[in-house]
Write a protein that binds this ligand. Sequence first.
Ligand SMILES: Cc1cc2nc3c(=O)[nH]c(=O)nc-3n(C[C@H](O)[C@H](O)[C@H](O)COP(=O)(O)OP(=O)(O)OC[C@H]3O[C@@H](n4cnc5c(N)ncnc54)[C@H](O)[C@@H]3O)c2cc1C
Length: 388
Amino acid sequence: MAEIRISLTEQQQVLKKAVYELCKLYPGEYWRELDETRAYPEAFVQELTKAGYLSALIPEQYGGGGLGILDAGLILEEINRSGGNAAACHAQMYIMGTVLRHGSEAQKARYLPKIASGALRLQAFGVTEPNSGSDTTKLQTTAVRDGDTYVVNGQKIFISRVLQSDLMLLLARTTPLSEVRRRTDGLSVFLIDIRGLNGLTVQPLRTMLNHHTNALFFDSVVIPADSLIGEEGKGFAYILDGMNAERILIASESLGDGRWFIEKAVKYSKERVIFDKPIGANQGVQFPIAKAHMAVEAADLMRLKAAALFDAGEPCGAEANMAKYLTAEAAWEAANACLDCHGGYGFATEFDVERKFRESRLYKTAPINNNLVLAYVGQHVLGMPRSY
Ligand SMILES: Cc1cc2nc3c(=O)[nH]c(=O)nc-3n(C[C@H](O)[C@H](O)[C@H](O)COP(=O)(O)OP(=O)(O)OC[C@H]3O[C@@H](n4cnc5c(N)ncnc54)[C@H](O)[C@@H]3O)c2cc1C
């Protein structure tokens, strides 16, 4: 039976503090400058990798930290709580599960130690397509077996960190939709080396936040057959399998965002004096911050529950989804309270509020839209009729 701990262990507190200390070396100015030029936080990611934080979920036998999902979540949370943006490097943690659970021993031995040491980066996850969006089973990218290779054709959109990664986890259709019994059948996952891959065009896509995302075009791209993870046609189940980890890790980032906003808002509202008193004395300023704080704290309890179930190997789909939803909404509430309390200064880049505001907003939309989390809870948890 999973035991839900409300307080962190001493080891987890030490971990949190160490990550926060490292992050302090990369203050607001660092992230602001990257945001302006849409550059990748190379130095920060390298330092995190060197310290072993990004390999937290890789088992010790492959050179990783062998930690649990809550520990990994705390690492991402602290990055965001410090004012940074863990999105630059979170994918490595949540993609890892697919390789760990379904990859062959040869694939694990070949890739994991190098990913753990930082010699290889696995930061790209290719699922979304222009014509299928949230309806993943309708994706149109195909991978057709040809001897000891697969030939990939199709398009992907919003695929992040492709230019900063050596490896990509790719979801493609290996059996046409018209030939499968269930629409979730016939999709396969591949772990591919994307360095100098012939026929792959990467077109960077500027978005409202610094996220290194791209449109991808696969024109008869030849990949080795042994890049297939697990069995052909079972890829959708493998990806779904990894979703709970992804939800819990993203929830942790939102908690970090929420806490950054609250800390920033509290500090500013105590310092800023208008009409001869600190603005935080006004209930119109104070109450939204207090409400957002409560929302963040409540959402954290759901994250702790989801993580405890996950780490105990128990089903946690409902809790992981609810944690993702609640934390994203709480962070957004905190973002608005923080922006409001800063008045005009909230819009000035040097305060970092507007940057974090944009960054935190993403998690209501991606990696899964909160609407679809509501649909999951309505349909799968509460048993109401399906909308799709
Ligand atoms: C910055 C950024 C980075 C990203 N990085 C990656 C990445 O690395 N890899 C990757 O694969 N993808 C990535 N994505 C894609 C992201 O996961 C998708 O944008 C997201 O899953 C939604 O898909 P969509 O944009 O096509 O929206 P759509 O599926 O077109 O949906 C549009 C709207 O309609 C709503 N909607 C649709 N159907 C229903 C329904 N049945 N009930 C209620 N509402 C519904 C949705 O909730 C949404 O609000 C990224 C996106 C962004 C913005």
